[in-house]
Ligand binder design. Structure first.
Ligand SMILES: O=c1ccn([C@@H]2O[C@H](COP(=O)(O)O)[C@@H](O)[C@H]2O)c(=O)[nH]1
Length: 236
């Protein structure tokens, strides 16, 4: 759940080795950022890696984007809760029964349960990608539809791009948490991301948390890159 000290930056630890991950982590301050463990790191190093990060004082967003039948997915989010993560996510495309099953399973954990959020439309996808999977309309319309579904299922928020944040805050309310990857400082490469915004634009648009990977982790000096981003958003 949210703590009094509520850092806005979530560093995406997309690394192939524990040594590379900890070379960065051991220079970071848990008061200034949270950490995201995704599919690559978790598949290689598992729950023990998450425990090591927590042992260093970091809150962890377990970004495994569960997408399966209700029984399987709700058991997976319960496993994440047992691991003591701060936030866990599922795909909104898993549908209403799946999301309700996950939320109900986490309700049993009381106030200490992880935040449960739903992935709407991946930030790497544009209109043509949606058309390619048979979804008509704009990413914004699809994000909006899935966010409404997630909120009606009692989820805490969604993963979306910061471009959709103004509409979602207006439609879903200020307390619905918006977690936004696709964050790119003005000079950074977009890479495979399509729906991007700079850190300060994203917070101004209504993002609650900025997920930032390569602009930090692949920078020549990751700590310096993080400091530049932190000073860009100071005061938000
Ligand atoms: O829609 C989504 C959902 C998750 N991600 C994840 O965020 C980071 C972004 O990393 P960058 O290097 O800053 O692009 C990455 O771990 C993704 O798996 C996302 O990008 N978009």
């Amino acid at each position: 759940m949210q703590t009094v000290n509520d850092p806005k930056i979530i560093v995406a630890l997309d690394f192939a080795s524990e040594a590379s991950a900890f070379a960065l982590v051991d220079r970071l301050d848990p008061a200034k950022c949270r950490l995201k463990v995704g599919k690559e790191l978790f598949t290689r190093f598992g729950p023990q890696l998450v425990r090591s990060l927590q042992g260093r004082g970091f809150e962890v967003f377990l970004d495994l984007k569960f997408h399966d039948i209700p029984n399987t997915t709700s058991a997976a989010v319960a496993a994440a809760a047992d691991l003591g993560v701060w936030m866990v996510n599922v795909h909104a495309l898993g549908g209403e029964r799946m999301m309700v099953a996950c939320r109900e399973r986490l309700d049993a954990y009381g106030a200490d349960r992880p935040l449960l959020i739903a992935v709407t439309v991946l930030t790497s996808m544009g209109p043509e990608d949606l058309a390619g999977i048979g979804v008509a309309g704009t990413p914004e319309a699809q994000v909006s539809r899935l966010a409404t579904l997630a909120r009606n299922c009692g989820l805490d928020g969604v993963v979306c791009s910061a471009q959709e944040a103004p509409v979602l805050k207006a439609e879903q309310g200020a307390d619905f948490v918006l977690v936004t990857p696709g964050i790119r400082p003005a000079t950074a490469e977009k890479g495979d991301q399509q729906r991007v915004m700079t850190p300060s634009e994203a917070l101004r648009a209504g993002s609650d948390y900025l997920v930032i990977g390569r602009p930090i982790t692949r920078a020549p000096d990751p700590l310096a890159a993080l400091e530049v981003i932190a000073s860009e958003i100071e005061g938000f």
